[in-house]
Design a protein around this ligand. Structure first.
Ligand code: ADP
Length: 222
């Protein structure tokens, strides 16, 4: 198994790149999708969040009210840290468990994460960053996804900057062009991934910490 981190700001085209890589044969571990799963009503993370924040973050249909939760945590870094401490260790466990299923195979596992990847947390052999100028990302979010522009700008402002991401990149995918231009970049990305170092069978980063001290870096997955 080779593990590659894939990151990019909201609207950069990270999901589009993931889908393309899946078609080429990559196994995608989508941290956002996993987070949503772990926050389904009745799931342990959902229960822990309700216990901490009360019924006001539960929507009328019983699901997690993400907007209400965001309104509580984003203005207050300490509270955001608390939320991350509830959520991140569980996500880490779920991600490691999915990775262990592929250990010893020739799978190329793409870890699709909105956060900057610290290689110490997962056995990531390289980090690929989807890079798109902020104005183009906003234009796509507003005009294709129908997002409100102020909301799109606020979300981008909460994330790592383009420069911070690029500083961590081992490979950069330029998504400032059209979809066809992006598709043409994928085979070289896939080839680069396949040449990376496989994970050793005894890599300790695949083991679950006994008392999980998973890093919370102030960036939320909620
Ligand atoms: P992310 O996962 O990084 O938030 P997406 O892959 O969902 O971004 O892309 C944001 C939006 O822009 C989507 O609607 C997607 O279909 C569209 N998109 C992505 N790349 C391009 C591109 N090169 N040209 C035009 N639209 C694109």
């Amino acid at each position: 198994m080779i593990v590659v981190g894939l990151t990019g700001g909201i609207g950069s085209g990270k999901s589009t790149v993931s889908e393309g890589l899946a078609r080429l044969g990559a196994v995608i571990i989508d941290a956002d999708a996993m987070t949503r799963e772990l926050q389904q009503p009745g799931a342990p993370v959902f229960n822990a969040i309700v216990e901490r924040f009360g019924q006001e973050i539960v929507a009328a249909d019983g699901s997690l009210d993400r907007l209400a939760l965001a309104a509580i945590v984003f203005p207050n870094p300490e509270i955001l840290k608390e939320l991350n401490a509830l959520v991140h260790p569980e996500i880490g466990r779920a991600i490691r468990s999915r990775m262990r299923e592929h250990l010893g195979t020739d799978s190329v596992v793409v870890l699709d994460v909105p956060l900057l990847i610290e290689n110490s947390r997962y056995p990531v052999a390289g980090v690929a960053v989807v890079d798109t100028p902020v104005d183009i990302a906003i234009d796509r979010l507003v005009n294709i996804r129908g997002m409100d522009e102020t909301d799109a700008r606020a979300r981008i402002a909460r994330q790592a900057t383009r420069e911070e991401r690029l500083a961590k990149a081992d490979y950069v995918i330029d998504n400032s062009g059209d979809r066809d231009a992006l598709a043409l970049l994928l085979p070289a990305l896939w080839e680069w991934m396949q040449g990376l170092e496989p994970v050793a069978a005894d890599d300790q980063r695949l083991a679950d910490p006994v008392d999980p001290p998973d890093a919370t870096d102030g960036k939320s997955l909620a």
